[in-house]
Design a protein around this ligand. Structure first.
Ligand SMILES: CC(C)(COP(=O)(O)OP(=O)(O)OC[C@H]1O[C@@H](n2cnc3c(N)ncnc32)[C@H](O)[C@@H]1OP(=O)(O)O)[C@@H](O)C(=O)NCCC(=O)NCCS
Length: 119
């Protein structure tokens, strides 16, 4: 199973989390808690550990962690480029939903997709 690294998350500011599989660090992400919302940034599984389901597991573990430590935040969100099918699948499996009302096409030629979930 994947587990959160040594430090218990704090509930303000930016929090970096590293994820372990059988004692080996396999991925990381950053949480940004502001204005009652949790932004999930810089999600990555380290290159040697991709495509074997760990991204899925990391995101599921992340949602459990958010519900455990950040239950007073009503919403979590993240951005992903629409051609990043693997990431979108992993996020959807964990419960994130695409918000199709968010439109950044005014600002970007290839706008990122907003995904979010209620905590
Ligand atoms: C995106 C990332 C986190 C996904 O983690 P991963 O461990 O590689 O992905 P998983 O093995 O858990 O697979 C996730 C889903 O993508 C599918 N998938 C795997 N390889 C795929 C491929 N080449 N093409 C399409 N889908 C693929 C899996 O089948 C799985 O879907 P399923 O659960 O419906 O079967 C990881 O690849 C990564 O770090 N990429 C580089 C950084 C990045 O893009 N970060 C996201 C920024 S928003």
């Amino acid at each position: 199973m994947i587990s959160i690294s040594d430090k218990k998350p704090v509930t303000s500011g930016n929090i970096k989390l590293e994820f372990y599989f059988e004692g080996t660090p396999v991925g990381e992400l950053e949480l940004c808690t502001r204005n009652g919302q949790i932004g999930v940034w810089d999600v990555r599984i380290y290159p040697d550990y991709r495509d074997v389901g760990l991204g899925n597991q990391m995101m599921i573990e992340l949602v459990e962690t958010i519900r455990k430590y950040f239950w007073d935040f009503p919403r979590a969100y993240l951005y992903v480029f629409k051609d990043n099918i693997k990431a979108i699948k992993a996020y959807e499996k964990a419960g994130f939903i695409i918000n199709s009302t968010d439109d950044y096409s005014r600002y970007f030629r290839d706008p990122p997709i907003l995904m979010e979930m209620e905590i």
